[in-house]
Design a protein around this ligand. Structure first.
Ligand SMILES: [Zn+2]
Length: 333
């Protein structure tokens, strides 16, 4: 669910210890709210975004787990500002060439619905009304379109590890794709692991990087195994999917939408895209709120997927309310 930033300090050292082109990725590490030992020294918006998101996600998790929250982050100062996102000069993902990577030894004998279900999710996402929630945003390289391409999935049954570590997940992606991401620069690799979340304060995250010997930037995302994980459960009661698949589907929409509007680049390779004054991206701003019980994708599959923030809808007053009561969320146009 988050894009950023645990611990820029730790990530710098991790990247420095690998052969990968360091630097760029360090601006976009994953978030980990319980990593206080890795106190950041990074300055600028990346860290401030992270702090905000960490609090927010923690609050969401508390809500999910207990049904109530005693950790209000509402700020009188923020109330006077427009909640809309602003553009920060960088690239967006005009399209996405997606691939799923199922990583972990348990996938070797897996017989459930996640592999076929998540492939169907990405296939049906292309040209869906839900994908239309991001098309109002433009970047230095054009506008976001509805059409995407799904390449299917690969399975790596080696033991998964490194959930909070962007360099570990990037290394996994590069290994599986033989250091050869989609040449368009719109490659998006979703790593679905069999690791349980434990005490980590996030359900998923997105980041970017490059593989050894290949300058083409790729986007990637990480997902825990959310089976039975109340803190990351959208409570899809449709009966169409297993609980674990439904939970992944919900955060899959969050991460992909954020990657498309604010692809993790870095100050070294380019400016960021769209996020608000608190550092929240479009997925964050509508996290754990839904505009409809189910969205129907273009292949007929149906999913309970959170809405995404629309500046246009907020301005026009046509969105549904997020968890702060701001009516800028869209579940599908
Ligand atoms: Zn997020």
């Amino acid at each position: 669910m988050m894009r950023k930033t645990l611990i820029a300090t730790a990530m710098f050292s991790l990247f420095a210890s690998t052969a990968q082109a360091a630097g760029p990725e360090t601006a976009q590490p994953a978030t980990d709210t319980n990593s206080t030992a890795n106190a950041p020294v990074a300055k600028g918006h990346f860290w401030s975004r992270e702090v905000h998101e960490a609090f927010k996600i923690q609050r969401e998790l508390e809500k999910g787990a207990s049904g109530s929250s005693n950790n209000s982050t509402a700020s009188p100062l923020r109330a006077a500002r427009s909640p809309n996102m602003t553009f920060h000069g960088g690239r967006i993902m005009p399209t996405a060439v997606t691939m799923n990577i199922f990583w972990g030894s348990s996938w070797a004998t897996y017989a459930g619905d996640k592999m076929t279900g998540l492939d169907a999710w990405y296939q049906g996402y292309s040209n869906s009304n839900y994908s239309g929630t991001v098309t109002e945003y433009t970047g230095s390289n054009g506008a976001i379109g509805r059409s995407t391409t799904h390449l299917g999935h690969l399975v790596d049954t080696s033991v998964a590890s490194g959930g909070g570590n962007t360099s570990a997940i990037l290394s996994e992606v590069c290994k599986v794709i033989s250091n050869n991401p989609d040449s368009s620069g719109n490659g998006y690799y979703a790593v679905y692991t069999d690791l349980k979340r434990g005490s980590a304060g996030y359900c998923a995250w997105h980041a970017s990087g490059t593989c050894p010997g290949n300058a083409t930037r790729l986007q990637f995302a990480f997902f825990w195994n959310l089976d039975g994980d109340a803190g990351c459960d959208p409570a899809d009661t449709s009966g169409l999917h297993s609980q674990g698949l439904a939970a992944l589907a919900n955060v899959t929409g969050h991460e992909l939408s954020e990657a498309r509007t604010d692809p993790s680049t870095s100050t070294a390779t380019g400016s960021p895209g769209w996020y608000d004054s608190s550092g929240s991206e479009n997925g964050d701003k509508c996290a754990w709120t839904w505009g409809a019980p189910l969205l129907t994708f273009t292949n007929g599959t149906q999913w309970k997927v959170q809405g995404e923030w629309s500046n246009a809808a907020y301005t026009a007053g046509t969105g549904y309310a997020n968890s702060s009561g701001q009516k800028g969320c869209l579940g599908g146009l």
